[in-house]
Design a protein around this ligand. Structure first.
Ligand code: FE2
Length: 271
C-alpha cells in the first residue's frame, strides 16, 4: 500500500462529498460496467481482434539499456518512444475500454484499475479480446525480458515479474504523492523482495502539447507536490522506471480538463 501520505491533501479531498460517495459506492459503477460489457459483448471480437502477431522484441533494447546508468545514479529514469512503433499503435488502438476496469475505490489513487495479475496468482492473465495486453504481459514475464532487466540493473539480483496491471484515468484523477510500502508487494514480503522491487509505468496515451497536469507520474522529494524532481510531459509511448524503496515520493496532480491517461504497469522483484 501507499504510505507517508500528506494529511493536508487527504483532508482537502475528504471534503468533496460527491467524490466520497463515488468512492464509497464503487460497486454500483462496477455493476453498471458489467451490464455494459454484456450488452457490448457481440461487438468486442469485431472491434478488438486482429491477426497481427508480434515478436518478443517490442521494447527498444538499446534505449532501455542506455538508461541503466541514469537509473543507477538517480533511482529513476525516463525513456521516450520505448515500444516498437507497430506494437505500440496496435496496443493504443486496442486498449481496453473503461467498462473493463474497476472504478476508483481509494482516495489516494482516484482512477480505474484493470487486468490485475500478481505473482502469487498461478494463472495467466485473463483477456478474452485484448491480444496486445496479453502479449505485453507475456513479454514482460519472459526470460528474454528478464535477462534484459538483469543487464539493466546489473546487480546480481535476478528479478521476476511480480505484478502487472492497466490503468485508465481522466480529468479529476489524482495519485497522492506516496512511497510504496513493503505491503504493496504482500504482507510476508521479505527484505530482499522489498530491496529489489522496481516499478515500471508504460505511458500509452496522454494529452499532447500541454504544460498542465496531464497525469504524468512524477518523482518528488516531498509528499505535497512542492518539490518535484521530474515530471513526465510525454505520455505517448514512454516509460518511467523507479526503485520502490528509494527515498523519493511518486504521484500525479489532479488531471486537467480534456486529459486522458492510459498506462500499463509492471513491478519486478526478487521472489
Ligand atoms: Fe506507488
Amino acid at each position: 500500500m501507499a504510505y507517508l501520505i500528506n494529511p493536508n491533501i487527504t483532508k482537502k479531498y475528504e471534503k468533496k462529498i460527491f467524490l466520497k460517495l463515488k468512492l464509497k459506492y464503487w460497486r454500483f459503477f462496477s455493476k453498471f460496467r458489467k451490464i455494459l460489457r454484456i450488452l457490448k459483448k457481440p461487438f468486442y471480437k469485431k472491434i478488438y481482434s486482429n491477426n497481427v502477431s508480434f515478436d518478443r522484441e517490442i521494447i527498444d533494447k538499446k534505449k532501455f539499456l542506455e538508461s541503466s546508468i541514469f537509473y543507477k545514479n538517480n533511482s529513476y529514469c525516463f525513456m521516450e518512444n520505448i515500444l516498437d512503433e507497430n506494437f505500440y499503435s496496435n496496443l493504443l488502438k486496442n486498449f481496453p475500454p473503461k467498462e473493463f476496469f474497476l472504478p476508483a475505490r481509494h482516495l489516494v489513487k482516484q482512477y480505474n484499475f484493470g487486468f490485475k495479475w500478481v505473482y502469487t496468482d498461478q494463472t495467466d492473465l485473463k483477456t478474452d479480446y485484448f491480444y496486445e495486453v496479453n502479449h505485453f504481459f507475456q513479454v514482460l514475464k519472459s526470460s528474454y525480458f528478464l535477462d534484459l532487466l538483469n543487464l539493466f540493473t546489473n546487480d546480481q539480483n535476478r528479478r521476476l515479474l511480480y505484478s502487472y496491471n492497466l490503468t485508465l484515468a481522466n480529468k479529476g484523477a489524482i495519485l497522492f504523492p506516496h512511497k510504496d510500502s513493503i505491503t504493496n508487494l504482500d504482507e510476508n514480503a521479505t527484505l530482499s523482495k522489498k530491496e529489489t522491487a522496481l516499478n515500471m509505468i508504460f505511458f500509452i496515451k496522454g494529452k499532447r502539447n500541454s504544460d498542465g497536469n496531464i497525469g504524468g507520474t512524477g518523482i518528488y522529494l516531498d509528499n505535497e507536490f512542492k518539490k518535484p524532481i521530474f515530471i513526465p510531459k510525454n505520455l505517448n509511448n514512454s516509460l518511467l522506471i523507479y526503485r520502490s524503496d528509494a527515498e523519493l515520493f511518486h504521484g500525479f496532480e489532479e488531471m486537467e480538463k480534456d486529459s486522458e491517461r492510459f498506462t500499463v504497469n509492471a513491478q519486478f522483484s526478487k521472489v
